[in-house]
Design a protein around this ligand. Structure first.
Ligand code: GTQ
Ligand code: FE2
Length: 354
């Protein structure tokens, strides 16, 4: 049979597309290369949330709503390209949360994994399955999925921290569950700080661990310890040309990431550091704890320059080449989806221009 002429082809194909619509079907050939792009094409854009502006609004939110009424008094850090979608990157949610003195954020549990990075205030605590951990600046706390958690503030000033959850990832799978606990506080369990005492000294109980754990038994990674590690190593260790000095927070019982879906790192860039161009499929959320500098991100051919100072949060979406520079000795906390991508065989990186 002779091939039909072009005009006929077009109209016949259009008619065909209409016909199959009623079957909830569509022709892949119209979209093939849009769906299977040669390289990642994500909607997310590089963005920075400056601390001063966010902090001021956070304090105002304290006059508008109580932690209890809000369930969680959180200002979501939404990627401008994902407005209304509660996403900072393709897979991660981030927010800034505040608890005022005497307040309690009531106990609940949910399927997304969550972490906290403390930015301001003393006397705040998180309880995970009844184990309380008091939190200071820079401390990193995990609340693994389906663990009961509530927060409080026994100090006399607002406590403010950053949350990161794998909420968009879990939502894309569909598996969101959330339960309130019938009381504000989950009943007290192990003594305060128990998990760090028990598992934080290169030992585990001789009788072993529950076999089905997917997260670190340590809930709290105090900044004093991790910062000291990096500060000491900086004196003896060569810098990575892309990352400076970068360490990953782990589950000490497996050597893997602290939680099943969020990779976390602390990175030290010495004063004057000029990193080389780096590209990864990880969606990255950075928080500057000390120092300052810039991330230069290549966003589709145009350079976005992100100037960061302490407590600023910024993101670099999947497969956006970037480099980091530091004007002073700088400490960056980083949360990414590397662990998920690695498990799925998806994680990639590209160093330099090669
Ligand atoms: O503190 O438990 O930013 O459940 C979002 C959801 C924080 C929390 C968030 C949450 C929490
Ligand atoms: Fe929660």
């Amino acid at each position: 049979m002779a091939p039909p002429d072009t005009a006929d082809t077009t109209s016949e194909r259009q008619a065909f597309n209409e016909e199959i619509k009623s079957l909830s079907a569509a022709p892949l050939w119209d979209q093939y290369h849009g769906v299977l792009t040669p390289e990642p094409e994500v909607k997310g854009v590089p963005h920075i949330w400056k601390w001063d502006g966010i902090r001021e609004k956070m304090l105002r939110a304290g006059d508008l709503i109580t932690a209890k009424e809000a369930e969680r008094r959180v200002l979501m850090l939404e990627n401008p390209a994902y407005a209304g979608e509660a996403k900072a990157t393709e897979t991660l949610f981030s927010g800034i949360q505040m608890i005022l003195p005497g307040e309690v954020a009531p106990a609940h549990r949910h399927t997304p994994n969550a972490l906290r990075l403390i930015l301001e205030g003393s006397g705040g605590y998180t309880s995970v399955n009844g184990e309380k951990t008091f939190m200071e600046f820079g401390d990193y706390i995990i609340t693994p999925n389906w663990c009961w958690h509530d927060h409080g503030n026994e100090g006399d000033e607002p406590v403010i921290w950053q949350d990161i959850l794998d909420l968009p990832l879990v939502r894309s799978i569909g598996a969101i569950f959330h339960n309130p606990y019938p009381e504000d506080r989950f009943p007290a369990g192990p003594p305060e700080g128990d998990s760090l005492v028990r598992y934080g000294s290169n030992m585990v109980p001789a009788e072993g661990l529950a076999p089905d754990r997917l997260a670190s038994p340590i809930f709290s990674y105090p900044y004093a310890r991790s910062r000291e590690t990096l500060e000491k190593l900086a004196k003896t260790t060569d810098l990575d040309p892309y990352h400076g000095l970068k360490m990953e927070f782990i589950d000490p019982t497996t050597g893997g990431a602290a939680m099943s879906s969020i990779s976390t790192f602390l990175q030290r860039l010495p004063k004057g550091f000029k990193g080389e161009r780096y590209q990864t499929t990880e969606g990255c959320i950075f928080t500057c704890l000390e120092g300052g500098g810039r991330a230069v991100v290549d966003a589709g051919g145009t350079e976005t320059i992100i100037e960061f100072r302490p407590k600023d949060v910024f993101c670099v979406p999947c497969w956006h080449p970037f480099r980091l520079e530091a004007d002073e000795d700088t400490y960056l906390f980083q949360g990414t989806d590397k662990v998920v991508q690695t498990k799925l065989g998806l994680w990639r990186e590209k160093r330099g221009n090669a």
